[in-house]
Every structure is written in C-alpha cells, then in structure tokens.
Design a protein around this ligand. Sequence first.
Ligand SMILES: C[S@@+](CC[C@H](N)C(=O)[O-])C[C@H]1O[C@@H](n2cnc3c(N)ncnc32)[C@H](O)[C@@H]1O
Length: 281
Amino acid sequence: MNALSPDTVDIDKIIARILENRKYRDLNMPAETVKDLLRRELSRAKDLKTAEKNAREKLHQIIAPYLGDPDYAQAQRTLAAAQAGGVAALRVWCLEMLAAHTSSKERIPVMERFYRQIFDVTGLPNSIQDLACAMNPFAIPWMNLPETVVYRAYDLHSPRVALIQCFLRAWGLPPLAFVRDILLEPPQEQTEVTFFFKEAHRFEARRKGSCAEFFRRLQTNWIVVSLPSENLTGQHQMRDRQRRLIDDAVKGEDWTVIPLEIEKEMVFCIRKYGEEKNSNP
Ligand SMILES: C[S@@+](CC[C@H](N)C(=O)[O-])C[C@H]1O[C@@H](n2cnc3c(N)ncnc32)[C@H](O)[C@@H]1O
C-alpha cells in the first residue's frame, strides 16, 4: 500500500487543522471539499507535508478570498434597512454587494445587457440554477425574470449563502440558496437554465477534465458558462485557452454551443436539451 494512502494517514486531523485556519474558520464550508483535495494530493505527493501544502493551495484558489467579500454581519443589517426602503433601496444595496466581489463588480456596467443577451438565446427561463454563484444572485433585479421564477443558488461559502437566502426572501422569492460542493454533488433538479460563471477554468485546475463529466450530470436545458477573456491584471489574453476548455467539455456530445462575448466575459450558451430560441443573437 502507498505510504501516503488516505487509509494510513489521519486525514480527519489534517482536515480539522486546515478548516481551523483563520481564513476558513467562519466559512463553514463542507469538510468533504477538503477531504477530496487531500485524498487527491496524498495519492500523488512525495510526502505528507507536500500533500497538505498542495491541498491548501488548491483550497485557496477555490475559495478565492482575494476576489473580495463584504462584511456579512453588517450586510445583513443593511439589508433589513434596505428592505424597509422598498425596491429602489434594495437595488442600491444589491449594487453594493455586487461591487464587493471582483467577478460581479466587473459585470455591473453591462449587467442588464449581459442577461438580456443570454435570455435572447435561451428564452426567458422559469427556473435557474446559479452554480458557484458567489454574489451573482444579487443581480436578480437586473435579470427581468418572471415573478414566479424558481432561482436556486449554490456556493461553498456559508456566510454568502446565508446572505443570499435573506436577499431572496426580501425580493419575494423562496430562499433556495444552498451550501454545497457542486463538483462532488452536482444538483439534480430539472432546470431550464444553469449559470456557471467564471468557475469552469477553476474546476479544471482543481480536477483536470472535470467539466465534461460535470456538464453531463446536470439536468438542464441550457448551461450558460462564462469565462474571463483576460486574466485579473488584464495583461494576458485567454481566449484560445477558454475556447479549448469548452470544446473539450462538450466533445462527443450532441449539444449546440452558441458563443457570445460581453465585455470581458466569453459566454458559451450550451444547449443540452430543448428548443433554441434564436440561433443568431
Ligand atoms: C470566481 S467566483 C465565481 C463568481 C460567480 N459565479 C460570478 O461570476 O459572479 C467563485 C465562487 O465559486 C465558489 N465555489 C468554488 N468551487 C465551488 C464548488 N465546488 N461548489 C460550490 N461553490 C464553489 C466559491 O466559493 C466562490 O464563491
């Protein structure tokens, strides 16, 4: 047996040590995520120290604290005040939340157009699942969705998910936000449109080739994947690499891919089942 087999190492002790780190202590993320990272690193690292170090690095990329966070306790309080102020105040509050995270902040100037262009392709959905959502559900006021929409949001980060639940309630929607590692446990609800924004390249970094299997397991008419067209500093173009990622993920499948480019995001509308609304957006 390999000396670094998870069966010969006290993996629970290492998981506890990682989760106690100041960066992660308050996030209540699933221990299964850390376990998955450790098991993979243990199977290929030369020693325990290297395996733990590599797992910690991967976790840092997954949680991405460098992309920004609001003060969640304070945000809960200001949400209550915004709700009392009505729709206009709630929209202002949402903009603050979207601006607290780099991924959603970049989208603010084009937000309304961003969702309109996507729904021109997919049709206006009655159900959406927003996977690895971060702050994106706070853009709901700009999506112009039907009032009866079923909107499910998933993330690893508990304070974020709790805030999203409160917002969904305040906006008059059921609080369907969940803490879940969607790579380990892809949602199985039948959904018209799936958002998977700015995360597919991170999935591939966590586990090479994972997007193909992940996309196959989703029960959805459309998977709308977005990827950054340049890196965070804006110095490196990543267009070819991102197109290859999508090509590899849909290889061998009878799916249609409709590409869009909206500001700094490459958007791929992947039709798994159902009708295409408009193939020439
Ligand atoms: C780069 S942000 C994506 C932001 C969002 N989709 C957007 O474009 O506005 C990454 C988010 O995905 C979450 N995440 C990463 N891996 C995940 C997983 N396996 N399951 C659920 N959430 C995940 C992180 O906690 C973080 O909130």
